[in-house]
Design a protein around this ligand. Structure first.
Ligand SMILES: [Zn+2]
Length: 477
């Protein structure tokens, strides 16, 4: 690119939009199967051939035709306890998964979309074999939203709830094999308008949309759970869709590659085809298939439309806003961000209110930092539940334990699986005196500071440190 990239993207008439797909955890969209993606040997395998059906307008979609010309056979691998007849398209879909619908509605409302009056599931023709039915079910949830990014508004034409496709496990000559376990996992799809004018804006939009998605409950985590597709075009070129980014950081380089590829074609005075391309790990793109046309969608009559009170989505808030609330009660920014990301913001805000004698920063540290420290230093995994934390803070607030004991209580929970307050019970003032006296008689020649160290070590987590120090000083005065 030229020395002034801003200017050159502008001169090129560069525009881009993104589509984000995020998988949800729990149950599938139209059956009760779990959302577990499996790679182990299957229990069943079936063989299929798929044909393109005419869309409502009577035209067979160009992308669908392209795939059909390949005349492939498809093998589907399934599992007795993870896939059912719905994935095999032997049984009609069940009603839409309400939890997934709720999450999609929340995302749409966070993006200031107009929520639809009725959820109508549509069929989108796909005959590359990645759907046993030959179509993907998709439902529009919200439209005409916007994403606010550094003061700029990026339009969000649609937020949809879709079913995930099968995972390809083998491509052979005339024969592809797919794993059914991924098919039907709920996917939230967010599409932006072509309002992004630099690759950097595109990267930022992806990060911002990721933050918005993480603000709702029930997202699937890990590699492959979120995917970005990027639509790019330059003046005189054609819209190209790039799929399969390994991560958000590679977006800039891959877009630059795609621009130079299109420029090279334009220089030779050749037309650029509208097509779908794949982002390669080496930063280039490769042809995947022609751009699908508009004849792909028709109504899914096996699923009843969902109506009523869809607009009524309460209690949803951006992670960034949650983090700001935590900062507002005295929690440092980094800790507040980490707490919001970990999905603990609401709980921390609640505990801060329930236990006003405990500093909110200590509550956040106990919930966010202590389990991490314990894992790193002691190699012990401890993830106390909200109930367990509430019990710890209640003991602390009523003075039965000291703040210093919380770390050790969580370690012991990680080791034994249960909360044990008895071992960490706060000693009475008399007990502190007695313990310090016993220690002093065992270590007669130790100077005062070392004595304080010994006493603190012995009584750590069972006495107020100030009281221990005072007792030692009295003893040695
Ligand atoms: Zn199923």
């Amino acid at each position: 690119m030229a020395t002034n990239p801003q200017l050159s993207y502008h001169e090129l008439g560069f525009r881009c939009g993104v589509e984000i797909h995020q998988q949800l955890e729990g149950q599938k969209l139209f059956c009760r199967c779990p959302t577990t993606i499996r790679k182990d040997p299957p229990d069943i395998s079936v063989q299929r051939k798929l044909r393109a059906a005419a869309g409502e307008g009577g035209a067979v979609d160009i992308a669908a035709q392209y795939e059909q010309t390949r005349g492939k056979q498809f093998i589907y691998h399934g599992y007795r306890d993870t896939t059912c007849l719905v994935e095999l398209d032997e049984e009609p879909p069940g009603p839409i998964n309400e939890k997934a619908l709720h999450a999609a509605l929340q995302v749409a409302s966070l993006l200031h979309c107009t929520i639809v009056d009725e959820i109508q599931v549509m069929r989108k023709t796909v005959i590359d074999g990645s759907n046993t039915s030959g179509f993907q079910r998709t439902a529009l949830v919200g439209r005409d939203g916007e994403l606010l990014m550094d003061g700029k508004k990026v339009s969000i034409p649609t937020v949809c709830l879709e079913e995930e496709a099968c995972q390809v496990i083998e491509r052979g000559a005339g024969r592809d094999a797919y794993n059914l376990s991924r098919l039907g996992i709920p996917l939230i799809e967010i599409a932006t308008g072509p309002d992004l004018h630099t690759p950097e804006e595109c990267r930022k939009a992806c990060l911002q949309l990721g933050m918005i998605l993480r603000s709702v409950d029930g997202l699937k985590r890990g590699i492959g759970s979120i995917r970005q597709d990027v639509n790019v075009s330059i003046k005189g070129g054609a819209r190209t869709e790039i799929k399969g980014f390994q991560d958000v950081q590679s977006i800039h380089a891959i877009i630059d590659y795609e621009i130079s590829r299109q420029l090279a074609i334009l220089k030779k005075n050749k037309p650029i085809a509208a097509e779908v391309r794949k982002a390669e790990p080496d930063g280039t793109t490769s042809f995947l298939r022609p751009m699908p046309g508009a004849a792909r969608m028709y109504p899914e009559t096996d699923v009843l439309p969902v109506q009523g009170s869809l607009q009524n989505i309460a209690g949803i808030e951006l992670l960034d806003d949650k983090a700001k609330k935590l900062e507002g009660i005295g929690i440092a920014k980094d800790l507040a961000d980490a707490a919001a990301k970990a999905g603990k913001a609401d709980a921390i805000l609640l505990w801060a209110k329930q236990f006003p004698t405990i500093k909110p920063a200590f509550i956040a540290e106990s919930v966010v930092s202590i389990p991490i420290t314990i894992r790193r230093k002691e190699n012990i995994t401890a993830n106390p539940s909200n109930e367990e934390y509430a019990a710890i803070f209640s003991e602390l607030s009523s003075g039965h334990i000291v703040k210093e004991a919380v770390h050790d209580i969580i370690i012991s929970l990680g080791k034994t699986g249960r909360l044990d307050f008895a071992r960490f019970k706060l000693l009475s003032d008399d007990d502190v005196e007695r313990e310090v006296a016993a220690l002093a008689s065992e270590n007669a020649k130790v100077p005062q500071n070392a004595m304080i160290g010994l006493a603190m070590n012995k009584l750590r987590g069972r006495a107020d440190p100030a009281k221990v120090i005072a007792a030692v000083k009295r003893m040695m005065a």
